[in-house]
Design a binder for this molecule. Structure first.
Ligand SMILES: *[C@@H]1O[C@H](CO)[C@@H](O)[C@H](O)[C@H]1NC(C)=O
Ligand SMILES: *[C@@H]1O[C@H](CO)[C@@H](O)[C@H](O)[C@H]1NC(C)=O
Ligand SMILES: *[C@@H]1O[C@H](CO)[C@@H](O)[C@H](O)[C@H]1NC(C)=O
Ligand SMILES: *[C@@H]1O[C@H](CO)[C@@H](O)[C@H](O)[C@H]1NC(C)=O
Ligand SMILES: *[C@@H]1O[C@H](CO)[C@@H](O)[C@H](O)[C@H]1NC(C)=O
Length: 946
């Protein structure tokens, strides 16, 4: 281990006159000057291209266009095509993505006089476009993920009429195929090959949860900017880096140091020499808490940079949800020349440090029982925390129609669901800034990735230049968001590289190219722009042997170079589709952090009804088979798409048959609905078991400090790993994940082969937690087990340490109790506290209930729970009661026409027990009628035939 930076931390550092009073005094002195500056509005001629009268033309069709948009969306809006996500429309509409599409509009109100220079600025073009203005060629584009800007001054001045702008988008599927055929990487075998040759959303060519729809268009806001002497520059991108003095990437910083506020603005135009920068910081109430000229100004032909230190007492810390509040500050940065502000930018910022700690496990940690190796956990503001969350895939095939309502609802679910981190998976698209803004407000950490996934990426000079431009733009654009948790080079890359083309003795071209892109270029884009954020090359990473900031390869990767069998280094990304092993704990991966895991389930009947015709509503209908894309990866090589899909669907049906009563209803649609639901129950059951296992790992040698399940949401109706359906409906999984992500939980871990049963309590609170675990043994009628050779109910006091787990009860069901009928045995575990803490508010109590059954529900002696549901007058509150036997997987189902979620669902009830459940309405198209359509069921309903 060779960590050169460590000496730097000990450097003493002083800032002359740095204290609060001086800062305030300085503000007073310059008050008048500032008022003048603040009042002086910067006048720039900016023409938003979104408000223009666009036309979209291609093939045989001309329709009104829009910006930002994509051809499919405009064709759909004009009625020229149907819903691309309905039925088999994705394949029927392949002609759309095989065609060129031209967006054109006349841009009125441009000054065409000599005193103006003119720029075209596109925040995003998808992807291959040829641009013309006034019938003159402007440029070609080939990267969806960067900003494009063109100096069109000469064209505008020479244009005789009102300037007409047109962008001719080529077919990405065709162009990429040509690139592949002309390259030296071997001929492609199918139309959707070769995604790695394009800098475009990789899942546009299909994924195992996504259709193959490749859109094209001006997908991000775009504008014309005109500059003159009064307004000579336009800031096209702004980097703000907030970090602790002395902080270096990937290293926990010294929390006692002052903040450094670094600014670097990318501008277009001609910046007068001797320009300076000034920052104004306001708190959420609008109070100006800081204004100051930046020091250390550096000016180049493209950027202007400056920096100040900020007294930590001036600002409050930002925390992720569940761990504290999210104070945010409005920063205005003005470029000043002479007495005048010539340009300004606004960004909302937060003050926090976040580090992915990959440093060696210390002796002190080993003394606490943590296995040697290296860490893999996040620290916020100097505190380790348990990362609870899921993987975010693109929320729509078509990004331009993803709106704020959709993201707010999704992120509200995340927060209500006790999640604090989302992994923004590559390879969708880099999230727009407004989504980071919402995450900043809600306290959701976004593990962010560059768009590289599951492939060997080309590394010739022109591709490298593309990656450089893209990565630099994105790192600088996103960096000021406190919700940014991490940058990662790409998805599963190291794991694939180590499995398929790693030979340390004979490092071939592919290894060299991997290292060049992910361990030199992308890390360089991060480290050279920011000190505040950590980087790893791949979502699966065995960590580094050394870190040297002055080397071209700052992280020397460990690869397979492990020190011993008991050493633990990495995160895990493991799937097991053999459902018979789902509850075999020895099949679960042991690691420091679980980055991906899961199993597919069906969306509900409600989602299917919106996506396919009624005659297709059955488990193996043509359209269900068509929408299922598991497997494209890892299945038998020579199978057809249809055969692969059937194999995937059979994994789900096998899971239902293994573990639950098999739905067998006379009505075929009701039967389909019951099957869909039961696949969701299995998914929830399996993930609950995995999540509890990973959380228990916090107190084990692996010191597991993160569980991000695959995947949060869906972009169309299909059998996928998602926990939320495409219209926002929560699957059973989302409710159960919400439960198991609570700060303090109890869970029973059972080995069905040996009969060993252990009850554990897990806590991710930051202080020790004392409470009681009440263990109640019962049969399926809810009656306490009786007889001397049966387990007895008891209440066990316990204390669980901070971010830790503890064993509260241990027995063996085969040997300790000779009379036990496992198919008629249940254990309920109630955890309750002494009224102590949660991380956020000391008043909040922690209570948790879980049920354990040693025999699968397929074989258990389930009784009719005689469920009853009643609803209160105002309609949003439901009371569910079990009057017969124990009710397993009680499920409240809301009809179409309302969007929202229940306060609890998928829970268990014992006889005589009732539960009040509230429904939070997000949207209601039924005028309240929906409440009459809420139905209740449990796993017992699977035994009914009608
Ligand atoms: C929009 O453009 C079309 C085609 O160029 C033209 O026919 C139409 O009159 C324009 N509409 C407006 C409101 O400018
Ligand atoms: C345009 O061409 C496509 C592909 O040949 C065809 O499917 C579609 O119906 C045509 N649309 C019109 C409006 O002619
Ligand atoms: C696509 O879906 C719509 C329903 O939105 C349907 O009416 C249409 O016929 C389908 N086919 C095509 C090619 O758009
Ligand atoms: C289609 O678009 C591509 C990319 O802009 C361009 O190179 C090509 O010439 C276009 N083809 C046609 C027929 O317009
Ligand atoms: C936002 O998108 C959703 C679909 O996700 C749509 O139902 C809703 O009408 C949109 N809202 C607005 C304000 O456009």
């Amino acid at each position: 281990m060779d960590i050169k930076y460590l000496t730097r931390k000990n450097e003493r550092w002083h800032l002359d006159g740095f204290n609060l009073r001086d800062q305030l005094e300085a503000s007073m002195k310059t008050l008048l000057y500032i008022l003048f500056l603040a009042g002086a509005a910067v006048s720039q001629n900016i023409i938003d291209l979104g408000n223009k009268n666009w036309t979209l033309a291609g093939l045989n069709i001309t329709v009104p266009g829009s910006v930002p948009s994509q051809a499919h969306l405009d064709l759909f809006a004009a009625g020229a095509i149907g819903d691309p996500l309905y039925g088999e429309n994705d394949t029927e509409l392949l002609w759309v993505q095989r065609s060129n599409w031209t967006y054109s509009a006349v841009i009125f109100n441009m000054s065409q006089t000599e005193d103006f220079s003119t720029w075209l600025i596109f925040d995003g073009l998808d992807t291959f476009a040829s641009i013309e203005l006034c019938n003159q060629f402007v440029g070609n584009t080939d990267n969806q993920f960067r900003q494009w800007y063109f100096d069109v001054t000469d064209i505008v001045r020479s244009c005789k009429e009102e300037p007409k702008l047109s962008l001719n988008f080529g077919s990405a599927t065709k162009i990429v195929k040509e690139i592949a055929e002309n390259g030296d990487h071997g001929a492609p075998t199918e139309e959707f090959c070769c995604k790695e040759y394009m800098r475009k959303e990789q899942s546009d060519f299909g994924w195992d949860w996504a259709p193959k729809i490749s859109p094209a268009g001006i997908w991000q806001p775009s504008r014309v900017v005109q500059l003159n002497d009064a307004s000579p520059v336009y800031v096209r991108n702004a980097l703000i880096d907030i970090f602790r003095k002395g902080q270096m990437n990937n290293i926990p910083p010294d929390q006692s140091q002052p903040w450094v506020f670094n600014v670097s603005l990318d501008y277009l135009g001609i910046l007068p020499r001797d320009s300076s920068l000034r920052v104004f910081l306001k708190d959420a109430s609008g109070k100006l808490i800081l204004d100051q000229p930046l020091g250390d100004i550096h000016q180049s032909t493209r950027t202007i940079e400056g920096s100040i230190a900020i007294d930590p007492r001036l600002v409050d810390l930002w925390w992720p949800t569940g761990l504290g509040s999210q104070p945010l500050y409005d920063a205005t940065i003005k470029i000043i020349h002479g007495e005048k502000a010539i340009s300004e930018v606004h960004r909302r910022v937060g003050f926090r440090t976040v580090v992915l700690n990959l440093l060696p496990v210390t002796e002190e940690q080993q003394a606490r029982g943590i296995a040697p190796g290296s860490n893999f956990h996040f620290e916020v503001n100097g505190h380790e925390f348990y990362a609870k969350g899921s993987n975010l895939v693109p929320p729509d095939v078509f990004w331009p129609r993803v709106n704020e309502t959709k993201i707010r609802n999704l992120f509200e679910a995340v927060v209500v669901g006790n999640q604090n981190m989302l992994r923004v998976w590559s390879s969708g698209a880099y999230l727009p800034s407004w989504i980071y803004d919402i995450a900043d407000e809600m306290g959701i950490f976004l593990w962010s990735e560059f768009e590289f996934s599951d492939a060997e990426y080309p590394a010739n000079a022109s591709y490298l230049a593309q990656y450089q431009e893209e990565a630099t733009y994105q790192v600088r654009r996103v960096n000021h968001h406190p919700s940014l948790a991490l940058w990662v080079g790409g998805n599963e890359l190291e794991q694939i590289m180590l499995s398929y083309f790693f030979d340390p003795d004979n490092p071939g071209t592919l290894l060299r190219e991997y290292e060049h892109i992910f361990l030199e270029l992308l890390i360089g884009a991060v480290y050279s722009n920011t000190k505040s954020i950590s980087y790893i090359p791949s979502s699966t990473y065995n960590g580094f042997l050394s870190l040297n900031f002055s080397s071209t390869m700052p992280q020397i990767p460990r690869y397979h170079n492990t020190s011993g069998p008991d050493y633990i280094y990495a995160d895990t990304d493991t799937y097991n589709y053999d459902a018979s092993q789902a509850f075999n704990l020895s099949s679960y991966p042991v690691g420091r952090f679980a980055t991906e895991f899961g199993f597919i389930s069906m969306p509900s009947l409600h989602s299917w009804k919106q996506a396919i015709p009624d005659d297709q509503l059955s488990m193996f209908s043509d359209m269900v088979i068509h929408h299922n894309r598991h497997y494209p990866f890892g299945g038998p090589v020579n199978a057809t798409d249809r055969e692969l899909s059937v194999i995937g669907l059979q994994e789900m049906t096998a899971a239902v048959q293994d573990w639950y009563p098999i739905p067998n209803m006379q009505d075929s649609v009701a039967n389909f609905s019951a099957w869909c639901w039961t696949t969701q129950v299995f998914q929830a059951d399996y993930y609950t078991s995995e999540l509890a296992f990973f959380r228990r790992g916090a107190g084990m040698p692996q010191h597991n400090l993160g569980s991000l399940y695959w995947q949060l949401e869906d972009l169309w109706a299909a059998p996928t790993w998602s926990s939320i359906e495409p219209d926002g409906r929560w699957k059973v999984l989302f409710y159960r994940a919400k439960d198991i992500f609570q700060p303090v939980i109890g869970h029973s871990f059972y080995n069905s082969t040996t009969g060993d049963l252990e009850v554990w309590v897990m806590s991710d609170l930051w202080s020790p937690f004392s409470g009681t675990a009440k263990l109640s043994w019962m049969d399926w009628n809810g009656k306490p087990l009786s007889g001397s050779r049966k387990p007895v109910s008891k209440t066990i006091p316990f204390t669980v340490g901070a971010i830790n787990s503890t064993l509260v009860f241990k027995t063996n069901l085969r040997h300790d109790y000779l009379d036990l009928d496992l198919s008629n045995t249940l254990l309920r575990v109630n955890i309750s506290d002494d009224g102590v803490t949660s991380n956020e508010s000391p008043k909040k109590t922690n209570a948790h209930t879980s049920f354990f059954h040693p025999e699968s529900l397929a074989k258990a002696k389930i009784e009719d729970p005689e469920l009853q549901v009643s609803r209160s007058a105002e309609g949003h509150n439901f009371r569910v009661e079990a009057n017969g036997g124990v009710a397993a997987w009680v499920w409240l189902d809301h009809p179409l026409g309302v969007q929202g979620y229940f306060s609890d669902n998928g829970f268990w009830l014992t006889p005589g027990e009732s539960k009040n459940v509230q429904f939070t309405v997000k949207m209601d198209w039924t005028n309240g009628e929906w409440a009459g359509g809420v139905l209740v069921r449990s796993i017992w309903n699977n035994t009914l035939t009608n």
